[in-house]
Design a protein around this ligand. Structure first.
Ligand code: GTB
Length: 216
């Protein structure tokens, strides 16, 4: 069955892998599933046709036969559950990998999104500098704990899993902040994720959207 995902027609990051369709592309590459991409403009995202797929008018969405999904956590879990390669077979190891997926989006990502908000949307507020410092400290607290947990391990729980895929994509949002490099083992962990051939293919495909739009 054909898989179709949606992505930004014109991503603000110029196709540098930060928009969340990157997670879905990467997961599909890891499990070897081909997929189509339907590009949507910011205006189209808010139209009824797209909102029928995504109640919040966002990307990415995922369609496969009669199934339509939104939320990257749910999409990655669906892909990992249906195809070999992203979740261990052993039940307890599988449950732990799923736990890391939730930890990435529920515990590590929220303060990172606050950083994006304070920098991009609240920078002109009189309290922005104080809030920035509080948010940075909250991120550091999460990174310190994650760094201590990971230690010298290659991945969070044995072999690479959907938990690592989610965590790496969450941490990648920090690349420009200077915070990730304060934790060398986490920076190396993210670099290991980026070095995976499946990540490289997904990144190239996302970048190609921007390149085609700017040269076309
Ligand atoms: N919780 C949802 C999920 O995980 O699927 C969040 C989905 C989401 O935030 N989608 C964003 C979106 O559609 C795109 S990824 N935004 C448009 C809107 O809400 O109107 C967030 C994103 C956007 C841009 C960059 N960038 O350019 O660097 C990075 C990340």
């Amino acid at each position: 069955m054909t898989i179709t995902i949606t992505a930004f027609e014109s991503s603000p990051d110029r196709g540098k892998g930060l928009a969340r369709d990157m997670r879905v592309r990467w997961a599909l590459e890891e499990v070897g599933q081909p997929y189509d991409v339907r590009l949507v403009s910011f205006a189209e995202m808010k139209q009824p046709a797209h909102c029928a797929l995504h109640p919040f008018g966002q990307i990415p969405t995922y369609e496969e036969g009669g199934l339509a999904l939104f939320e990257t956590g749910a999409i990655i879990f669906h892909i990992a559950d249906r195809h070999a390669g992203l979740l261990p077979d052993e039940p307890n190891a599988r449950a732990r990998a799923i736990t890391w997926m939730f930890a990435a989006v529920n515990t590590v990502e929220p303060p990172i999104l606050d950083l994006v908000t304070v920098k991009l949307l609240e920078g002109d507020k009189p309290w922005a500098e104080q809030r920035l410092s509080l948010v940075q400290d909250r991120i550091r607290a999460r990174l310190a704990d994650l760094s201590a947990y990971l230690g010298d391990a290659e991945w969070l729980d044995g072999a690479f899993s959907a938990g690592d895929l989610m965590m790496v994509t969450v941490l990648l949002r920090l690349s420009a902040s200077g915070l990730l490099v304060e934790y060398p083992n986490l920076a190396a962990y993210v670099a290991r994720g980026e070095a995976r051939p499946a990540y490289q293919r997904a990144f190239a495909d996302q970048l190609a959207v921007f390149t085609a739009a700017s040269t076309g």
